[in-house]
Design a protein around this ligand. Structure first.
Ligand SMILES: NC(=O)c1ccc[n+]([C@@H]2O[C@H](COP(=O)([O-])OP(=O)(O)OC[C@H]3O[C@@H](n4cnc5c(N)ncnc54)[C@H](OP(=O)(O)O)[C@@H]3O)[C@@H](O)[C@H]2O)c1
Length: 249
């Protein structure tokens, strides 16, 4: 498939999990991809090699999405050395789960910075390139817990709900520039993030899912690739739920 031929895509947190699957799928559909990561260098390199084998370009971009200065400098470097980013997937995220009563200020700050401030930092740096291109796709990865809540995740749910408001407002600001902004809210997806959950918690989650299984990172990637394509030209400011029926909007 060559739906995304000639496009340059930046995926944050693409060394593992959902971000990795998204980078792979966008490349499979023709895009050249910029793989952002923070610590997992070997994994990011492995992915880049796999993508290059498919005949697409893959660039490594190590930066901390929670650091405004680092983000701005790296995005400027990307613009100079690679070109204008046309597809941005804000995917990088972390959890630091604990009940509010026990939550330390640093648990709150770290999660809000990495999951929400990062979306502002990266998007702000990338948008001028999309305006120049007169075309852009921004896809922000939220979570079902932004809509349902989850005990132990006040920080994470707040950040993920913030992404929804941010995306809806931005979609209105940039619609006239032919830039769309949409949100994907995954449910329980099999990645390192969820493999850390205790078996008992996993079982409770699975029992609540009508399709009776966890989702796969690839399944989130297929939806992302669709939203990044010309086929999704008329969709903006929307939230897409992908959760096996757990929450239906
Ligand atoms: N898995 C789920 O069930 C689920 C459900 C709903 C939403 N989500 C959301 O989907 C996204 C991906 O989750 P996942 O399950 O794939 O997570 P994951 O397997 O833990 O991978 C997280 C990715 O984010 C990167 N990352 C973390 N902090 C970063 C930072 N400060 N700067 C740059 N990169 C950073 C990691 O890179 P390094 O390893 O290089 O640090 C890694 O590539 C997250 O936003 C998550 O909240 C996940």
């Amino acid at each position: 498939m060559d739906r995304l031929n000639g496009k340059i895509a930046l995926i944050t947190g693409a060394s593992r999990g959902i971000g990795r699957a998204i980078a792979y799928e966008l490349a499979k559909q023709g895009a050249d991809v910029i793989i952002n990561y923070r610590g997992s260098e070997d994994k990011a390199k492995d992915l880049a090699e796999e993508i290059e084998k498919m005949g697409k370009k893959a660039y490594l971009a190590k930066f901390d999405v929670a650091n405004f200065q680092e983000v701005s400098e790296k995005i400027k470097e990307i613009e100079r050395e690679i070109g204008n980013i046309q597809i941005l997937v804000n995917n990088a995220g972390i959890v630091k789960d604990t009940l509010l009563l026990r939550m330390k200020e640093e648990d709150w700050d770290k999660v809000i910075k990495t999951n929400l401030y990062s979306v502002f930092y990266v998007t702000k740096a990338v948008i001028p390139m999309m305006i120049k291109e007169k075309w852009g796709r921004i896809i922000n990865i939220s979570s079902v817990v932004a809509f349902t809540g989850n005990p132990g995740q006040t920080n994470y749910a707040a950040a993920k709900a913030g992404i929804v408001g941010f995306s809806k407002a931005l979609a209105l600001e940039v619609a006239s520039k032919n830039i769309t902004v949409n949100v994907i809210a995954p449910g329980y997806i099999e990645t390192d993030m969820t493999s850390a959950l205790p078996e008992k918690v996993k079982e409770i989650f699975l029992n609540q899912i009508p399709l009776k299984r966890a989702g796969l990172p690839e399944e989130v990637a297929y939806l992302t690739a669709f939203l990044a394509s010309e086929k999704a030209n008329y969709i903006t400011g929307c939230v897409f739920h992908i959760n096996g029926g757990l929450y239906r909007g």
